[in-house]
Design a protein around this ligand. Structure first.
Ligand SMILES: *Cc1c(COP(=O)(O)O)cnc(C)c1O
Ligand SMILES: [Zn+2]
Length: 416
């Protein structure tokens, strides 16, 4: 006999700074002090054991108790999440790590981890009765929200910098969303998105319903724990743009500890940025409590090129609290590491996914990672969205359609 559990144990929202409490409405920031509000659950009433997950859907809704949706008929069914955690033996040998894992979120429905927050936020938008949704995006969120909107038959507007990769914009266009291409930075697009939500009443999911949006991302932490058989890794390395994913992973770990699914959470949380846009890493190295925004991001890791990260100060505080670190890696190392991950593990990531493995590489060199530690690198996006970064000419051999030409060419190939 199965015991029916509630869909969700979300109970209220609470300000991260002044602790003011609010009902579960479409509120994004505290009315008193303008700080972010977080969704709070009735942890004491949640009773979950590892066995309870055996027959659950293989997507983020297997953790429905800790997600803020009242009715599962509002779930947009694109089967988001429950992505593989891959043990990387080959890459681990190259890097000097015996227990290296990649959480491969590049195989989500729209090929980035942004499907997680988008799935929760747009499903919640249906619950709120919203008709028009949107987002400000560095590229991947736009695709994720546009796909959810397509499936839910909602109008969708995405605000992105005009220089966003064509692979990402063509995906959005295919889903039928309106692309508002802003001739400026992500921060410009984000400012306009805030104004658009006020002017038109759109639910800009990463702004107007941000507390719901970020809940989706923490499922990445839930899955890592479940896939490691309810053991905690020693270190997780997370790419950081706004810092929302980083904070969400921290929350996910704490919530599973709170409801007793894991014990003794001592996971070190590390944030990885690109050197061309590294406000949080810079503040970490200078031992500052607050970040200084970067005016003009300049990196090929465009998905994480946010100069003024909303959760930057929280990432600083949490990395220190968990004994982790924040660092940045150069574009040339990113390009090398994209090829390394692909060549040794068969996983093709975009630059934002490679920053985590690049940071692991540097941490080993600097003695900040021990060869025995269990390390999870979050690979958050897919390389097929940024194919312009790969030079195919070293691997491409053009032949005429004859056996002679084939034999000649193959004879000349050096596979060393
Ligand atoms: C958005 C994004 C990130 C970072 O997300 P934040 O939550 O804004 O820090 C990392 N990787 C990829 C591929 C992304 O699209
Ligand atoms: Zn407040």
């Amino acid at each position: 006999m199965s015991v029916k559990t509630k869909q969700s144990y979300a109970t209220f929202m609470k300000c991260r700074e002044c602790s003011a409490e609010y009902p579960l409405t479409r509120l994004a920031i505290c009315n008193e002090c303008f700080a972010p509000v977080d969704i709070i659950y009735d942890y004491d009433s949640i009773s979950l054991k590892p066995f309870d997950f055996h027959n659950r859907p293989q997507n983020i809704w297997r953790y429905k108790e800790l997600l803020p949706l009242n009715n599962n008929k509002n779930i947009i069914d694109l089967n988001v999440g429950y992505t593989p955690l891959i043990k990387c033996k080959n890459l681990g040998e190259i890097l000097g790590l015996k227990n290296l894992y990649i959480k491969n979120d590049s195989v989500n429905p729209t090929f980035s981890f942004k499907d997680r927050p988008a799935n929760v936020a747009v499903s919640k938008a249906i619950e709120f009765g919203d008709k028009v949704i949107g987002c400000a995006s560095t590229g991947n969120l736009a695709g994720a929200v546009a796909a959810q909107a397509a499936k839910a038959r909602l109008n969708c507007y995405v605000l992105t910098p005009l220089n966003t990769e064509i692979g990402k914009l063509s995906q959005v266009a295919a889903y039928g969303a309106n692309i508002i291409g802003v001739n400026g930075t992500y921060d410009d697009a984000n400012r306009l998105a805030v104004l658009a939500s006020e002017e038109f009443g759109w639910n800009i999911v990463n702004v107007t319903s941000r507390p719901y949006y970020v809940e989706g991302s923490k499922t990445m932490a839930f899955e890592i724990l479940e896939q490691l058989n309810w053991q905690t890794p020693d270190q997780i390395i997370i790419p950081v743009a706004s810092g929302a994913l980083f904070c969400a992973i921290n929350r996910g770990l704490n919530q599973f500890e709170q409801i007793g699914l894991i014990n003794n959470n001592k996971v070190k949380l590390n944030g990885a940025q690109a050197s061309g846009c590294s406000p949080i890493s810079t503040a970490f190295k200078n031992n500052q409590k607050n970040i200084t925004p970067v005016e003009k991001p300049d990196t090929l890791a465009k998905s994480i090129a946010i100069g003024d990260p909303g959760d930057g100060d929280y990432v600083l505080a949490l990395s220190k609290l968990t004994n982790g670190r924040v660092d940045d890696v150069s574009d040339s190392q990113i390009t090398e590491v994209i090829k390394l991950i692909a060549k040794y593990e068969g996983i093709f990531t975009e630059p934002a996914g490679a920053v985590t493995v690049a940071m692991a590489q540097n941490m080993v060199k600097n003695g900040q990672l021990d060869s025995d530690e269990t390390v999870v690198c979050c690979v958050t996006g897919n390389g097929l969205k940024t194919t312009e970064l790969i030079d195919i000419n070293k691997n491409l051999f053009k032949i005429s359609p004859s056996l002679d030409s084939l034999i000649d060419t193959v004879g000349g190939i050096n596979n060393a």
